[in-house]
Design a protein. Structure first.
Length: 157
């Protein structure tokens, strides 16, 4: 079973990000979530460069560049972005990243690990679907068939 909410140490989370990882950040205050994917691009700096990309909420499948991280504290942002949705994505990721660097992730941010739908085996990235273990389409199908499942519980990393 995949991990749901992360209870891992900041150093463990940072290692996952540096090795290339897909994850969801949930802002518990606004209940907004964004899906991120980190990719390590080697050879561009002395230590390598991490390219962080994010996907907007909704059905979009295209990942857009949010920022690049060259050292633990240096984050560069593309100048072309001025959309509100992009600013929210960048702000949420910045809070997580600097929380990891300084070992104090804000309590209003939850990190969710993707898992697979128990019915169709597709990747789930929405925190509510991850918690239930099933996507919204498959859940409707199961309700029509009369199948009842208990929600999954989070496991610690």
């Amino acid at each position: 079973m995949s991990l749901l909410k992360s209870y891992a140490l900041p150093t463990e989370i940072m290692l996952k990000l540096l090795n290339g990882y897909m994850f969801t950040l949930l802002n518990k205050i606004t209940n907004e979530f964004f899906i991120y994917k980190s990719v390590l691009v080697k050879g561009t700096t002395a230590n390598g460069e991490v390219l962080i990309v994010a996907r907007c909420q909704g059905t979009q499948r295209k990942f857009t560049l949010v920022c690049t991280i060259e050292t633990k504290s240096l984050i560069s942002v593309p100048e072309a972005y001025s959309e509100l949705i992009f600013k929210k994505q960048l702000d949420l990721f910045n809070k997580l990243w600097y929380g990891l660097v300084y070992n104090s992730v804000p309590s209003n941010i939850e990190l969710w690990h993707p898992c697979m739908c128990r019915r169709c085996n597709r990747r789930l990235t929405d925190p509510h679907s991850i918690e239930r273990g099933i996507g919204p389409g498959c859940e409707k199908l199961e309700k029509n068939e009369g199948v009842i499942h208990l929600p999954l519980r989070a496991v610690s990393a």
